[in-house]
Design a protein around this ligand. Sequence first.
Ligand code: FES
Length: 150
Amino acid sequence: MALSLMVNGVRHSLDVEGDTPLLWVLRDELGLKGTKFGCGVGLCGACTVHINGEATRSCSIPVSAVAGDEVVTIEGLGDGDTMHALQKAWIEHGVPQCGYCQSGQIMSAAYLLANNPAPARDEIVAAMTGNLCRCGTYTRIIEAVESVVS
Ligand code: FES
């Protein structure tokens, strides 16, 4: 099935099965490996991307459902060679341990800040609750988000 997909500002014409999860199209067809496979059933947040500005779990949405939509992955979050403020904060705060879940964490945090530029700590905690980290970097994640808003 041929479909058109806009990812990180670039339009792609793809020949894929429409029920293929967006995650696999991003990783295997477009080579955007920053978006990770964790649980595959929408529970962990490792695969979070933005679709038309909404934080979305790419493992659980068929690519046919986002044809024509604007998809942004961790690779497109910054502005060209300039990292997003959250990416800089992640480095400054040494947030990652193994790092596997962190692109999903950052995409969820970016969605929060796009909709609430000055969240309180409890709002940050609530917004990040759905993104799991087996290394337990939660405290540093909250601190990094807070550093961007303060
Ligand atoms: Fe998509 Fe876990 S891999 S939510």
